[in-house]
Design a protein around this ligand. Structure first.
Ligand SMILES: O=C(O)CCC(=O)C(=O)O
Ligand SMILES: [Fe+2]
Length: 320
């Protein structure tokens, strides 16, 4: 869907969308999230999210209740079993970093892919912002998929990969969790298998759905081959052509589609404080469908080295 058609979707708008890059990111203006939204506004935001993969809002001085209310427009809310939440609000993840607790979300990932049903999206609000640094980067996983050479796609289409919450296990141990408690978590959150390439349930588009934080290996593949292909797939998120970058201010909000993009919080602001709060909308079971539109552009806008990169040892699969 083009940005122009989003405007004409409803009579309740206008909302304005300022794109951040050719395929990902858009800043929304003309909406006050402290007020209940009309159905038209919700539909407009949903359509913009599907097109842009991540939306940004500025100067939204809202309460925690209003943050939750906004998120509920898009589905039921998730309670994170491991990460700390805001006092009295189990559905609000509190992510606070300071001199004693440096930022640690600086790895490309899609949220909670260790769940059987990973989230639809997350709505992150900035409470306290460092004077500089602490940006969040987002990478378009459709574009990253579209940019893969045919020889790589052939090896991974239809494959499944195993996901695990290992990073949280390490943190839980540090916080003093016993092995018996960890065993309970392992039982409650058994390792899911998700498609390496996921079809988006609403747009039908295919995107890379493995991430360096939670994916372990590709099922049914020799370990070296799995490692090599995962290295190629993870590297796609690193390419600036597929990214946009968000500079936070207090009361800024980012709303990302966790099914279509990955994110990375730059940890370059220590020893300053950075405080954000996240509300997460529950998603569905990921699936793969062979057919599907690969791009909504006449031609890929990405040219040059992005098509010739070498990212793993061995033959360069990006060279045709
Ligand atoms: O702090 C951020 O900008 C993002 C952290 C993160 O990975 C998340 O909220 O899911
Ligand atoms: Fe995240």
């Amino acid at each position: 869907m083009s940005l122009d058609t989003i405007d004409s979707l409803t009579d309740e708008l206008p909302i304005q969308i300022t794109p951040y890059s050719p395929t990902i990111g858009g800043e929304i203006s003309g909406i006050d999230l402290s007020q209940p939204l009309t159905d038209g506004q919700v539909e407009g935001i949903r359509a913009a999210l599907l097109d842009r993969k991540v939306l940004f809002f500025r100067d939204q001085n809202i309460t925690t209740e209003q943050h939750l209310e906004f998120a509920r427009n898009f589905g039921d809310l998730e309670v994170h079993p491991f990460a700390p939440h805001k006092d009295g609000y189990p559905e609000v993840l509190a992510i606070t970093h300071d001199r004693e607790h440096p930022g640690q979300e600086n790895g490309w990932h899609s949220d909670v892919t260790w769940r059987l049903q990973p989230s639809l999206g997350s709505i992150l609000r900035c409470i306290e912002c460092p004077p500089m640094g602490g940006d969040t980067l987002f990478a378009d996983m459709y574009a990253a998929y579209d940019g893969l050479p045919e020889v790589v796609r052939e090896k991974i289409e239809g494959r499944m990969a195993l996901h695990d919450f290992e990073g949280f296990r390490v943190r839980l141990r540090k916080r003093g969790a016993t092995e018996a408690e960890l065993e309970e978590f392992n039982k409650t959150y058994p390792n899911p298998e998700h498609p390496v390439i996921r079809s988006h349930p609403e747009t039908g588009r295919k995107g890379i759905y493995v991430n360096a934080a939670f994916t372990k290996h590709i099922i049914g593949m020799a370990p070296e081959e799995s490692e090599r292909l995962l290295a190629i797939l993870y590297h796609q998120a690193n390419m600036p052509e597929y990214q946009c970058r968000f500079r936070w201010a207090a009361n800024s909000i980012a709303f990302w589609d966790n099914r279509a993009c990955q994110h990375y919080a730059a940890s370059d602001y220590w020893p300053n404080n950075r405080k954000v709060e996240r509300v997460t909308v529950i998603g569905d079971t990921p699936f793969y469908r062979a057919e599907g539109p690969t791009t909504d552009m006449d031609e890929s806008p990405f040219r040059g080295r992005v098509e010739r990169q070498r990212v793993a040892p061995g033959p360069n699969l990006f060279k045709s």
